[in-house]
Design a protein around this ligand. Structure first.
Ligand code: AMP
Ligand code: MN
Ligand code: MN
Ligand code: MN
Length: 287
């Protein structure tokens, strides 16, 4: 069985390792096929591809796009994208500009709650000055002693109803799927169990996703508790969506490590079925 991990982050977004170090870690963990899927940015893919060329691992160009659907944030992973496609490049650039504007509002809100200097603080943790997010704020809040760990930083701050949380309008589901498809890629719903959507809204979102040309859904993800895997495998089958697998790795010691996940349930149709990138891995075992 190939070890396929199609969701992880480098310091181009809110991970802590460089793209090359993410690739090296994945190869060391025995991953055969890896997708780097940074939030709203593809600028790590070239370095990741170079690093992957020195290993037996295949790198799939990916991205995780922030979307607003029904007033809630939803993440759409794009796999096998062309990182140079102009629609995708322009769309992601706009999202990153929105992130900078949001960061100012977040910092202002924290300041109103007595926490000064969060904008500069968060940027200190952003290796890519174009891509700032709540994780960078959380790392700074922990370092400053406002929370003991990342989990509590998000619980006390940065989440709905807490200091540092501001509403933000990301791009539309239609745009995200459109850019991914225009660039030759496949759209996949990331961690479907993580959204502030009730059961009915989740079904409506999956309906809209499919109608707009979305093809996959994450079934095995580091963002879900293992007890949720069966539910999303069933949903994938019910919606005729292909199933994906990815750790959503961000940092060593945080959450699930790259390539360290169970296999997809046998009745799932994997997103990677028929991908030409997998062929070398199969022929290796036959020669
Ligand atoms: P953003 O896209 O800037 O709003 O940040 C979203 C990111 O924050 C996610 O991709 C996770 O990496 C991180 N995140 C969200 N909620 C939590 C949480 N409860 N604990 C740890 N990290 C979280
Ligand atoms: Mn993240
Ligand atoms: Mn996500
Ligand atoms: Mn992610």
């Amino acid at each position: 069985m190939l070890n396929i991990d199609l969701h992880c982050h480098s310091n181009v977004s809110d991970g802590v390792l460089s793209p090359a170090d993410v690739v090296t870690r994945a190869a060391a963990n025995g991953v055969d096929v890896l997708a780097l899927t940074d939030h709203d940015d593809v600028s790590g893919l070239a370095a990741a591809q170079t690093a992957a060329a020195a290993t037996d691992m295949t790198l799939i160009p990916g991205v995780e796009i922030s979307v607003t659907w029904g007033g809630q944030t939803v993440h759409i992973v794009g796999l096998r994208i062309d990182p140079q496609h102009p629609d995708l490049v322009a769309g992601l650039h706009d999202i990153r500009l929105g992130r900078i504007e949001r960061a100012h509002r977040m910092a202002r809100d924290l300041a109103q709650h007595g926490i000064e200097g969060a904008y500069e603080g968060a940027y200190g943790y952003a290796a890519n000055k174009e891509m700032v997010g709540r994780t960078h704020f959380a790392r700074w809040l922990v370092a400053r002693g406002h929370a003991p760990d990342m989990r509590s930083a998000f619980k006390r701050y940065l989440t709905q109803g807490n200091p540092g949380f501001v509403e933000h309008e990301w791009t539309s589901l239609e745009n995200a799927i459109g850019w991914i498809r225009a660039s030759g890629g496949m759209a996949v719903v990331a961690h479907p169990g993580r959204y502030a959507l009730n059961a009915r809204q989740l079904l409506l979102m999956l309906d809209a996703f499919r109608a707009l040309g979305g093809e996959g859904i994450e079934v095995i993800t580091g963002s879900h508790h293992p007890s949720e895997y069966g539910k999303f495998a069933d949903l994938a089958r019910a919606f005729s969506l292909k199933a994906s697998r990815g750790a959503d790795f961000h940092a060593p010691g945080e959450g699930v490590d790259i390539g360290r996940l169970p296999e997809l349930p046998h009745y799932c149709k994997p997103v990677w079925q028929g991908w030409p990138e997998l062929a070398p891995h199969f022929s290796l075992s036959t020669v």
